[in-house]
Design a protein around this ligand. Structure first.
Ligand SMILES: C[S@@+](CC[C@H](N)C(=O)[O-])C[C@H]1O[C@@H](n2cnc3c(N)ncnc32)[C@H](O)[C@@H]1O
Length: 251
């Protein structure tokens, strides 16, 4: 994930009120990127529990935590569809790019809400394709590549318009939505976003889903072709919108 998206996450966590001493649950933690951010923010007086159902990602996350001598983060393998195994209560529950993959996100939020202390916060960051890509001059290769990514995620069952659902998903009994906001992931001629590495990482999935062939993608030349198009266009390109929302648990 590029730095822009990481910056959006950091700002979100600060604005939502993540601070020293909190006990936080990171749902769909994957390889632990958000857990590492949280570990620093809650400090040694706080704790972070990362939850995911994918053992490969969890092993990677555990290794990162160990390598960095981080002592306030632990992980649990569990499916969000059944949270009965978790007995703790948390000051905050965070999820980044996870609701979009859940068949019943509203139900999961209801269950998660039960794990939240009164006054605690539930925070989500979800990426959305509805209003993007956007540019004033045509950027066909950029648009094509962005479409490959979203088409693949959608064919895998992801809700690529989840941003527009966030308010409804969080508007539940005993949860009051504090804020819903969106920010674009932009690239300008002097500030590219690493789209080619994302395609490289997703290559087998894109091909497997029949979205594009290896020949069409031509991964080894993709970065150069994107750079050429960006330099020629001399314009700003909006890759996607990032929706952020948080809600507070009431009495
Ligand atoms: C796109 S990744 C995001 C990872 C991480 N939150 C981040 O932003 O770097 C989505 C993660 O959600 C996890 N996930 C999806 N559905 C899940 C479920 N039902 N229960 C637990 N984890 C789930 C996946 O295994 C994956 O690690």
């Amino acid at each position: 994930m590029g730095n822009v998206a990481e910056e959006i996450t950091k700002k979100l966590l600060i604005d939502a009120g993540i601070k020293k001493g909190l006990r936080v649950l990171d749902v769909g933690c994957g390889r632990g990127d958000v857990c590492l951010l949280l570990a620093d923010m809650v400090g040694t007086e706080g704790t972070v529990l990362g939850l995911d159902f994918d053992e490969t990602s969890l092993s990677y996350a555990r290794a990162r935590v160990q390598e960095n001598n981080i002592t306030n983060v632990t992980f649990i393998k569990n499916n969000l569809s059944d949270l009965t195994i978790i007995e703790d209560k948390f000051d905050a529950i965070i999820g980044r790019r996870v609701l979009m993959y859940l068949p019943e996100p509203k139900k999961v939020i209801t269950s998660l809400s039960k794990l939240l202390k009164v006054g605690g916060i539930m925070v989500f960051q979800e990426h959305d394709s509805t209003m993007s890509p956007g540019s004033i001059v045509p950027m066909p290769l950029h648009s094509q590549v962005t479409k490959w990514i979203w088409d693949t995620v959608e064919l895998e069952g992801g809700n690529i318009r989840i941003g527009f659902d966030l308010w409804n998903l969080l508007s539940q009994e005993r949860l009051v939505v504090d804020k819903v906001r969106a920010e674009g992931i932009l690239q300008t001629p002097d500030s590219p976003y690493p789209i080619a590495p994302i395609v490289r990482a997703m290559l087998h999935r894109i091909i497997e889903k029949g979205v594009a062939t290896a020949e069409e993608i031509d991964i080894d030349t993709l970065e150069d072709r994107l750079t050429e198009e960006r330099e020629k266009s001399n314009c700003t390109y909006v890759k996607e919108m990032v929706f952020c929302a948080w809600a507070r648990k009431t009495e």
